[in-house]
Design a protein around this ligand. Structure first.
Ligand code: ADP
Length: 376
């Protein structure tokens, strides 16, 4: 089979690492020829994944296409689908998720618990909505890694609101942030990974540290799993989906957002679960049975993020020490240049005891830094 991936970042890279175990010819479309996935695919095409002609020309002649980021040209995917290329997930599902306004409306229409919201077109409109605060303002399209998200606690924060079509949603009193990955096969069978629990670095707004399986009460987990399955069924598409949720201070579950693709909350599944999320997506695309999502050991993911004040050729300080730790696995994404806050890699560490796992994760965080010799 000839399978294309739109986007060539680290998720594409790890997807390609898993593809090497199957007879599949891989194609990647991405603008940057030095991207993390460029050197692991059979065929690399330089091009813009948001451009109709680039996506259409790339996809013509392929058997299937998947994505590693949702900001892709959906019109071209729809055309390709009409012409017989199978798209994972379906273009209709990508269209729903790609725009946060449409995504929130989809939750409402399908009875998926997600915080109350108001759609706003510009900053002027927001000024009349101070009664709705505290809230979180999210740009409809184009935001990622916290860049399209603004917390508006009080009227004085309104100046930070987006002057573009956005969704203003009630701020949830978060107790925990979790993510669940669901695999949906074309034949209707589904599999769900154990929930992951994340901690966010408030300064960078990036996922900072994660533990899986999440330590949450069983009754809350059941609700979260039921919501995740209901959500994916409503999308009516095969593929792999990551559902980010909040557990609020009352133990209620709220969907934050969905990613219609392999996800950073599932990196640990490479070593810590019998079937990784990457292997799972290939099983779906290639028509093989779904794999076993059960955990082998509790795991933590530590992101390797470019240090403040360092921009330039990346140097990984502390790797040697990290690799001395039992069950620590290093994944560098092949990015030559580091920048403050840039995701350069991750480390998965596993341990049977959560106490020791947390200890090891913190040790790794303190041991490792991405710097450069030339200070920016
Ligand atoms: P991105 O797509 O950029 O990752 P998210 O929608 O996941 O953005 O939001 C980033 C973070 O902002 C979340 O992880 C959470 O900590 C916070 N956040 C988002 N929405 C809400 C909300 N409704 N209530 C409280 N916090 C929120």
């Amino acid at each position: 089979m000839k399978v294309g991936i739109l986007g060539g970042g680290q998720l594409g890279r790890m997807l390609l690492q898993a593809a090497a175990n199957y007879t599949v010819e891989t194609y990647v479309l991405e603008n940057d020829p030095e991207c993390p996935a460029a050197h692991l695919c059979h065929h690399f095409t330089k091009g813009d994944i948001t451009n109709y002609d680039a996506v259409y020309a790339f996809g013509k002649g392929l058997d299937a296409i998947t994505i590693e980021i949702e900001s892709v040209n959906v019109d071209a995917l729809e055309k390709l689908q009409e012409e017989g290329v199978t798209i994972y997930p379906s273009p209709a599902a990508i269209r729903i998720i790609k725009n946060k306004i449409v995504q929130k409306q989809f939750y409402k229409d399908n009875g998926i618990p997600s915080s109350e919201f108001i759609i706003t077109q510009n900053r002027v409109e927001i000024e009349a909505l101070s009664d709705f605060l505290p809230a979180v303002h999210k740009i409809g399209e184009g935001g990622y890694d916290g860049k399209g998200v603004q917390v508006l606690n009080s009227t004085s924060d309104l100046v930070y609101a987006f002057d573009a079509p956005s969704v203003l949603e009630k701020k949830v009193a978060i107790q925990k942030e979790i993510a669940l990955i669901v695999a949906m096969h074309t034949n209707g069978s589904a599999a769900i990974y154990p929930a992951s629990e994340m901690m966010v670095n408030p300064a960078l707004n990036l996922l900072d540290y994660q533990v899986s399986p999440a330590l949450i009460p069983e009754n809350v987990l059941w609700v979260a799993e039921a919501v995740a399955i209901k959500l994916v069924k409503a999308l009516q598409s095969p593929g792999l989906f990551a559902i980010e949720m909040f557990i609020d201070i009352n133990g209620d579950v709220w969907v934050n957002e969905t990613a219609p693709r392999v996800h950073n909350s599932g990196h640990h599944t490479i070593e810590a679960n019998h079937c990784s999320q990457y292997d799972m997506l290939w099983r779906i695309i290639l028509g093989y049975p779904l794999g076993n999502t059960a955990p082998i050991l509790p795991a933590a993911i530590i992101n390797i993020i470019g240090a403040e004040g360092h921009s330039g050729p990346a140097h990984y300080e502390g790797l040697h020490e990290v690799l001395k730790i039992d069950n620590a696995f290093v994944h560098l994404y092949g990015k030559k240049q580091t920048r403050p806050g840039r995701k350069m890699g991750h480390i998965t560490v596993m341990h049977s005891s959560y106490h020791d796992l947390t200890h090891k994760a913190n040790k790794i965080k303190n041991l490792l830094s991405v710097i450069t010799d030339t200070k920016a």
